[in-house]
Design a protein around this ligand. Structure first.
Ligand code: F6P
Length: 320
């Protein structure tokens, strides 16, 4: 009987549980033994694994976080750590591992495959910052949470005729900011991918909007740009508009996954098991043109992200 394992690694993301469930159920239905590995790669170093059955993953599809816990493992990222993890897999006869996480986790998956254990990566992060995939599990839920939060901030900004600056997550990626900014009609959106000039891209936009009679403003800033408190001071001093800054932070990482995250996670989990069934390793499951695909992990890690500048231009044209 073929044995495989599944782990979640790096920052958690809503929908990771749905992916774990898909891997467990698909694997068992294909006649495999499936282990859940706890706390990312650390579970392979400490032998912290548990054999799963069909009921082990009951009801988790709607839960945020990850039932397998997660970690960013430093020990694993050494040659000795990788050997130890591969040896442990061999000791329990595990020939393949599904790794759900970001590109740091994919590098681990590549190292483990090269040490003899086939690994398949599934993009799981709220940031949508994995170049090979136009979508990462968790992104939709995080955006929808950010959307709700900004809508709430707008209520109070509007009541007080204020400017509200909201910092959203995304590491070095501006996708959450761009989408949330469009969906909330933000007067300005600052992302790390597009250099900005504070006078032209923030002050002037507020002034132009003010001229049309509007008195409250939302500015969405990606965390990769940061400095929201400074920006608030700048706007207040420069324009005399009362300004508040809010950093949304980890609220964006939690919560029940949206339909999209549950479905994409399920499809990706299933594909990962199909690849392991064919004894393939060093591959990443991804989305391209809305379809689930898989590609070589080296190719995936070499790709550069492309920011959607057209969408950014649309946002800048219609939010006034
Ligand atoms: O990668 C997900 C993410 O939430 C990023 O958006 C953010 O930069 C980072 O993780 C925060 O990391 P931590 O949870 O370790 O504070």
């Amino acid at each position: 009987q073929k044995s495989i394992a599944v782990l979640t690694s790096g920052g958690d993301a809503p929908g990771m549980n749905a992916a774990v469930r898909a891997v467990v159920r698909a694997g068992i239905n294909k006649g495999m033994r499936v282990y859940g590995v706890y706390r990312g790669y650390n579970g392979l170093l400490n032998g912290d694994v548990q054999e799963m059955n069909l009921r082990s993953v009951s009801d988790i599809i709607g839960f945020g976080g990850t039932m397998l816990y997660t970690a960013r493992s430093e020990e694993f990222a050494t040659p000795a750590g990788i050997k130890k993890a591969a040896d442990f897999c061999r000791s329990i006869d595990v020939s393949g591992v599904v790794v759900i996480g970001g590109d740091g986790s994919f590098k681990g998956a590549r190292a483990l495959t090269n040490a003899g254990i086939n690994c398949i990566g599934i993009p799981g992060t709220i940031d949508n910052d994995i170049a090979c995939s136009e979508y990462t599990v968790g992104f939709d839920t995080a955006m929808n949470t950010a959307l709700q939060m900004v809508d709430r901030i707008r209520d109070t900004a509007q009541s007080h005729d204020r400017c509200s600056i909201v910092e959203v997550m995304g590491r070095r990626c501006g996708d959450i900011a761009l989408q949330t900014g469009i969906a909330t009609g933000a007067t300005a959106i600052l992302v790390p991918e597009i250099p900005y000039n504070i006078e032209r891209d923030v002050i002037q936009r507020i002034v132009n909007t003010q001229k049309t009679g509007k008195k409250h403003f939302i500015i969405v800033v990606a965390e990769g740009v940061g400095k929201v408190a400074e920006l608030a001071n700048y706007i207040e001093n420069r324009l005399g508009i009362e300004t508040r800054a809010t950093i949304l932070g980890h609220v964006q990482r939690g919560g029940s996954p949206t339909l999209r995250d549950r479905v994409v996670a399920s499809e990706m989990g299933f594909r990962a098991v199909e690849l392991l069934e064919k004894n393939l390793g060093n591959r990443v499951v991804a989305m391209k043109d809305g379809k689930i695909i898989d590609l070589d992990i080296n190719e995936a890690l070499d790709m550069q992200r492309v920011f959607d500048e057209d969408l950014y231009k649309i946002a800048m044209t219609i939010s006034i």
